[in-house]
Design a protein around this ligand. Structure first.
Ligand code: ADP
Ligand code: DP6
Ligand code: CO
Length: 371
């Protein structure tokens, strides 16, 4: 229970301040996929990746970070109202780095309260399915890092913070920036050059839209962390993907984005998603993230493009069955219309936002997103 003092800072029963900051972070959906770690401890990837950060309006994490001298250790995290361990090495790496930055500030300005020494209470909520292949770890760790950086009033840039978020979850480094964002794999052993880079701001190509097709909100059977490490260890195809397929796709994708070439962007996106899922299938034991409903969504996109006589839509799937369809605003009707045709006039589906289609292995729910 907290009261409020005259400066409107909450104070607890002992008269101690509770310092607090809240923030939201959006998900990002990769068009060039990160899959493989060359250093699992530092979360350094085997290949660079590139994503589009979605707008904060729909799929987002909201996180509040508080600290107080009256809180008893250890630091705690509530995720979607459930206690969640914070003792894992990756969360600890984020907390340690952020505390070190705060501590450096405190030593240059002794008038600052010693927040770095207070236990942290973190509370986070995702307004979309967690651990279902819709990038919850990306939005989650981006929000965690941003909230604590705000609490500590750190001067570091989003790019600098991306180095910290990367240690929590690799894909999270890209959610610190908006628009079209690369994560450069880097070459240094300490990972200080493995961070997010703005490829283009959202305003460069504001017509981009993402249709999120939720096939299943269930937690995936194989986490991204585990899945990619098994792939690195067992897939004979993996090496070619990491060293040849992806570097070339990265170059082509950056060119497509620079030239606002949607057919180019779409072809690379779909080929890249398929390459990633082929590598999952090439893993021992094989990892199946896609199901029949996911494949129906692929057929849906193919039908859109066939009917249009050009490439108007692109599908991509992260490590889960849920589909993201990228398209340009001007093709909104074409995209929704073709989905209706392929998936049939099932109950509830009108081709509008938020309506559901029942499939063999789940319910397909569509939602149009701003990027
Ligand atoms: P996804 O495809 O959703 O990113 P992952 O397997 O990569 O799935 O990661 C899921 C894990 O990320 C969760 O089990 C949880 O540990 C962590 N996570 C998800 N959301 C948050 C959050 N808001 N704050 C902190 N950690 C989170
Ligand atoms: C398929 O970033 O979730 O979504 O670093 O182990 O937390 P960890 O993995 P994570 O992996 C994301 C994999 C992907 C592709 C991508 O987002 O680039
Ligand atoms: Co993830």
């Amino acid at each position: 229970k907290t009261a409020t003092n005259r400066r409107n800072e909450p104070i607890d029963m002992n008269g101690d301040h509770v310092y607090r900051a809240s923030t939201t972070a959006p998900v990002n959906i990769a068009v060039i996929k990160y899959w493989g770690k060359r250093d699992p401890r530092l979360n350094l990837p085997t290949n660079s990746s590139l994503s589009v950060t979605l707008s904060q309006s729909d799929l987002r994490t909201h996180t509040t970070a508080s600290c107080s001298p009256s809180f008893s250790p250890p630091d705690t995290l509530l995720l979607n109202a459930q206690p969640q361990p914070l003792s894992d090495a990756r969360s600890q790496a984020c907390l340690t780095s952020l505390r070190a930055l705060r501590s450096a500030l405190e030593s240059t300005d002794p008038s600052l309260p010693p927040l770095s020494s207070y236990p942290l209470r973190l509370s986070s909520a995702n307004n979309f399915p967690t651990a279902a292949g819709l990038a919850s770890s990306a939005a989650g760790f981006a929000a965690l890092v941003r909230a604590i950086a705000d609490l500590y009033q750190l001067p570091q840039s989003p790019t600098e913070l991306s180095l910290i978020a990367r240690q929590g979850s690799g894909s999270a480094c890209r959610s610190l920036l908006g628009g079209y964002v690369a994560w450069d794999q880097g070459t240094l052993l300490d990972g200080t050059d493995s961070k997010a880079r703005l490829v283009a701001p959202r305003s460069h190509w504001p017509e981009m839209r993402a249709l999120i097709l939720v096939v299943s909100a269930e937690k995936k059977g194989v986490s991204s962390t585990t899945g990619m490490q098994t792939t690195v260890q067992t897939s004979p195809m993996f090496q070619t993907r990491a060293t040849q397929v992806v570097p070339r796709a990265m170059r082509e994708m950056e060119t497509a984005i620079a030239g606002k070439d949607f057919p180019g962007f779409a072809k690379i996106t779909m080929r890249e998603s398929n390459s990633f899922h082929a590598t999952c299938l090439d893993t021992d034991p094989p990892i199946f993230y896609l199901n029949d409903v996911s494949r129906a969504a692929i057929k849906g996109v193919e039908a859109v493009n066939e009917k249009a006589g050009r490439i108007a839509a692109a599908y991509t799937f992260d490590a889960g069955p849920n589909c993201v369809v990228y398209y340009l605003e001007e093709d909104g009707d074409v995209v929704a219309g073709a989905f209706k045709t392929v998936l049939g006039e099932k109950e509830g589906w009108t081709g509008e936002q938020g309506k559901a289609v029942k499939g063999a292995e789940g319910v397909l729910q569509g939602k149009v997103m701003e990027t």
